[in-house]
Design a protein around this ligand. Structure first.
Ligand code: UT7
Length: 393
């Protein structure tokens, strides 16, 4: 099929005719904690069973962050892999976006920690909160920034440590979630392809269906919020399920149509991995065989904004995505939010050679040294100069 780049439709798509800049994914990486938690282990904590969980969700096991893992450390590991594959130096990054529902802190942004650790001295950095749709939102934003000419190289990460906010006594939620991170590097090119169209949607009226109510400005942390479990995930599973089965197929159709394609042109759909029954319902509604839906939920559960980049990474590395394939990413999540993207996969540059990999390692070491020096200097400066004067303020 000839190249299609979608039309600007005034409905939130980024499709353009006659573009001169395209945003291509040139690097990808993932990071998973080594600790595997099986359904049987969960059945020792709450009244459930391996059979129920497999039948109702498709999940067999998930990964759980260890004491030294956090959203930022997983994000960093995935980012380093993606930069390695792209053979891009952190200094070339113009922007870092971390999509997450479990940021390291309320602030500073997890993306700023990653920026510092990578030594990405020329990059802006911020976190993006759109629940499990976060990665698709971030990808869309990154692609728009590149296409507009405001950036050439952008790192997009989805990273989560959901095990830290799961109520391990609530069988309706604790069976679902897992930890992990995935990342991609996007780069400007004049070669047609890459992120062709995106769709971002929201419906805040459904916000309470999937929420973590405590710890924000509405309910600041207090003994009462802790006692009432307000720092844990609260979810109306049935309602989220119903919403998800409605929007997954709609969003997929919409981005495919905006790209001037048909569903037959799509080689692979990478859906958010929340429940195998939601993915099956979307496939049925689209009239697509399950072989065209990438599924890895059995091994990782729902890793929220990390689920799509992890699945994308696996799909590429297992040869499920080939040059010139059209693929769709589609997600839904807290907000409520949902979104999708159509991508034309193009051949990517060869990954870093062993020598280049060593050069990257030296750069990370240098970044750590520079970060430590800056912290030290800031402290020394404040000691020597005392409090900031009126003119400095
Ligand atoms: O990224 C977005 C995040 N969220 C989601 O995608 C969640 C979407 N929703 C779901 O995946 C499903 O709604 C769940 C997996 C959460 C629940 O499955 P369900 O088929 O919708 O179950 P249900 O809530 O309708 O409950 C059916 C029964 C209930 O028992 P009764 O009232 O019929 O006696 C539940 O109490 O299953 C019971 N149940 C369980 N039983 C054993 C609920 N959770 C469990 C469990 N083990 N873990």
């Amino acid at each position: 099929m000839a190249d299609h780049h979608g039309k600007s439709n005034g409905r939130g798509s980024n499709g353009r005719n006659g573009r001169s800049r395209y945003a291509h994914i040139i690097g990808w990486g993932m990071a998973l904690p080594s600790r595997v938690m099986t359904n049987d282990e969960i059945a020792q904590m709450v009244d459930t069973s391996d059979a129920w969980i497999r039948e109702r969700t498709g999940i067999r096991e998930r990964r759980i962050a260890g004491a030294k893992d956090s959203t930022a450390t997983l994000a960093l590991r995935a980012a380093k892999c993606a930069l390695e594959v792209a053979n891009v130096s952190p200094a070339d990054l113009n922007l870092i976006i971390v999509a997450t529902a479990t940021p390291e802190y309320l602030f500073p942004a997890t993306a700023c920690l990653v920026q510092d650790w990578l030594g990405a001295e020329n990059a802006g950095a911020f976190d993006l909160s759109a629940g499990c749709t976060g990665f698709v939102y971030a990808l869309s934003l990154a692609a728009q920034t590149i296409i507009s000419g405001a950036a050439d190289t952008v790192l997009v990460i989805g990273s989560e440590t959901l095990s830290r906010i799961v109520d391990w006594q609530d069988r309706g939620t604790c069976i679902l979630f897992g930890d992990g991170a995935g990342a991609v590097v996007l780069r400007a090119s004049n070669m047609p392809g890459g992120v062709l169209t995106t769709l971002l949607r929201s419906d805040g009226s459904g916000g309470e269906l999937l929420a973590l109510p405590g710890g924000g400005s509405r309910y600041p942390p207090s003994p009462t919020t802790v006692l009432n479990g307000m720092h844990k995930i609260h979810m109306n599973g049935r309602e989220v399920f119903r919403f998800a089965t409605r929007v997954m197929a709609q969003a997929t159709r919409s981005v495919v149509e905006d790209a001037g394609l048909t569903l037959e042109d799509i080689a692979l759909v990478i859906p958010h991995q929340a429940n195998i029954r939601i993915i099956e319902a979307a496939a049925r509604s689209l009239g697509m065989p399950m072989e065209k839906m990438y599924v890895n939920i059995e091994r990782y559960g729902n890793t929220s904004s990390a689920s799509i980049p992890i699945a994308l990474c696996e799909a590429i590395e297992s040869g499920r995505i080939k040059a010139d394939d059209y693929i769709v990413l589609v997600a839904f999540g807290a907000g409520l939010t949902w979104g999708a993207a159509t991508i034309k996969w193009v051949p990517t540059p060869p990954p870093a050679s062993p020598l280049e990999q060593r050069a990257h390692a030296v750069r990370y070491w240098w970044a750590a040294l520079r970060s430590a020096w800056r912290r030290f200097w800031r402290r020394l400066e404040s000691r020597l100069k005392g409090p900031a004067t009126a003119s400095e303020k």
